[in-house]
Design a protein around this ligand. Sequence first.
Ligand code: NAD
Ligand code: WQD
Length: 338
Amino acid sequence: MKVLITGGAGYIGSHTAVELIAAGHDICVVDNYSNSSPAAIDRIRMLTDRPFNAYDCDVRDRERLMAVFAGEKPDAVIHFAGLKAVGESVQKPLEYYSNNLTSTTVLLDCMRENGCKIIVFSSSATVYGSENPVPFREDMPEGATSSPYGTTKKFIERILTDVAAADSSLSVSLLRYFNPVGAHPSGVLGENPNGIPNNLMPFIMKVAAGKIPELTVFGGDYPTPDGTCLRDYIHVVDLAKGHVKALDRAAGRTGTEIFNLGTGKPTSVLEIIRAFEKASGKPLNYKVGPRREGDIPMCYSDPSKAKRDLGWTADLTIDDMCRDSWNFISKNPNGYDA
Ligand code: NAD
Ligand code: WQD
């Protein structure tokens, strides 16, 4: 299949590009590099042997995107492009709704005009909200989202579901990621966000690399075994392989399907810190501070649907995730722009 990857220079998109090529697919990438760098494209090329085109293009730019579709004629799209910082979305809701929703509707329009029938979308565990009991299952009702970012995921899931209901030839896969971490084992690809990181693992990596003095653990008084929040951390390479499996299944089907992509195993913040210290062989400077607004105590998946229907499981461990993150930051202390 020829797969158009929006946001393919980003963290998850770049790892997925590598796994798609390894599985025999052709790809092309569209990215506006708002949270990435063209260096990521060079890195994908270092790890793969199949030529592909990458376009500096905002997905909201219909004219340019139509030209990409006309030239590339993709059979399927994996839609990663979007803004993803939860806290920033509270400060800049309009930017988040504009970027994430408009990019999706423009993309769907271009797909329709060009007869492209398959879309796989990067959704998030955030759509389960705080009301549902863990582990989260796909048949649970969506919960209340706690940020405009989360609401964009909920709205986009609805838009895609409605569009698939109106066009019976469309195949929509909604992949709800839990907490992606880790890096490609080569150390060539990893998480390389622009600016100060928001998520736990990139923050830990910056502290370990000496770029930030100290990590604050957000809350030590949660109703969990060690008082810190539990999350379902998933290695980005396992996550990328989940996209290949989702695409294989989508090719033979129409309608909308939802899959959790997680390990099903909860891990606390302190357990992540210990595992990272083991991987790096040195202590990490941290302190326990107050809770962060909007955090829920526990968030982890029931991954059995993806196992049953996609034949996919996340096999890499927390130690693998920390080892590969440490390997990446050790080889790239200044990210891709060193
Ligand atoms: P990322 O920021 O590394 O990648 C997103 C990419 O999209 C970036 O390269 C950015 O430059 C690009 N982009 C943003 N807006 C664009 C636009 N309008 N046109 C073209 N390119 C645009 O993020 P990621 O971690 O790789 O996440 C990928 C997707 O997965 C996002 O939709 C994110 O919301 C979703 N997701 C991420 C996580 C996570 O924790 N990383 C969890 C759940 C869901
Ligand atoms: C993980 C744990 C923090 C930073 C977010 C989004 C979610 C999804 C994944 C996109 C929490 C703690 C963090 C720090 C800390 N993204 N932490 N100190 O909040 O589980 O999920 O990313 O869809 O939608 O909400 O991820 O990495 O920010 O936090 O103690 O400096 O680490 O409190 O328990 P989160 P995270």
